[in-house]
Design a binder for this molecule. Structure first.
Ligand code: ATP
Length: 222
């Protein structure tokens, strides 16, 4: 009789995380989450709302409201979930802390992907312990429809030997690579949505209907 090998480690083939303030979550985040999940062929993509982004103003909505809007936005999206560890951790939300925790949870061999827009990536040299980030995950950079800031010299140096042209070989390694991908691009930002609300302009179709209902009901960003 043959016996199956039983291990205690969770069966995670590859995990993608998509961090942000999500103040509020919008179609740009959601469409790119869906498309990048399919591109990477991962079973799970987690949206990771930050409690306090280290390098920007305090979010306009509370952590609870941002989380509630994310819940409404991803309801029914297969394989997309919320990882609220940064909200529970409170304080400044450092990506390195999140990546360290996730790596120890999924084990050393499973590929981990950190998804972010190229505007966010252009500021990577300002992140806490930034040179260590790729020790824990691959970085998947989403092209944006506008010209992104040029990468600083230390970032270009750090990228040497890490950058690859396409995602096909990413699953062979758990971490360490940086790839830029061009998916459908949506010229929408949370800043623009907050501004439209202040100006009493339409945000129809920029956020999912239930998120829009919530925003109105809670009188957010007015
Ligand atoms: P804000 O306008 O307040 O800066 P934002 O719309 O950029 O917000 P964030 O929550 O700050 O949203 O962004 C989280 C991540 O999503 C970042 O990596 C950012 O580059 C990316 N992102 C934001 N908008 C889009 C979009 N339209 N398409 C693809 N990625 C996006």
């Amino acid at each position: 009789m043959t016996s199956a090998t039983v291990t205690n480690s969770p069966v995670i083939k590859g995990l993608a995380i998509y961090g942000g303030t999500f103040d509020p979550v919008h179609i740009g985040h959601l469409r790119s989450a869906i498309e990048v999940k399919a591109l990477l062929n991962v079973t799970e993509l987690r949206m990771v709302p930050s409690f306090l982004p280290p390098h920007r103003d305090q979010p306009g909505a509370s952590p609870e409201a941002r989380r509630a809007m994310l819940d409404l936005a991803i309801a029914g999206l297969e394989g997309i979930s919320i990882d609220d560890r940064e909200l529970r951790r409170e304080g400044k939300s450092y990506a390195i802390d999140t990546l360290e925790e996730l790596r120890s949870e999924i084990g050393p061999a499973a590929p981990l992907f950190f998804v972010l827009g190229e505007d966010a990536f252009a500021l990577i040299h300002t992140w806490h312990r930034w040179t260590e980030l790729t020790d824990y995950a691959h970085f998947v950079v989403l092209k944006r429809p506008f010209e992104a800031a040029t990468l600083k010299e230390p970032v270009l140096e750090w990228l040497q030997g890490k950058e690859i042209a396409d995602v096909s070989s990413l699953n062979a390694e758990p971490a360490g690579r940086v790839v830029t991908v061009k998916l459908a691009q949506w010229e929408v930002s949370a800043t623009d949505i907050r501004r439209r609300i202040q100006l009493a302009q339409s945000i129809d179709f920029l956020v999912p209907g239930p998120v829009q209902d919530y925003l109105i009901e809670q009188q957010l960003y007015q």
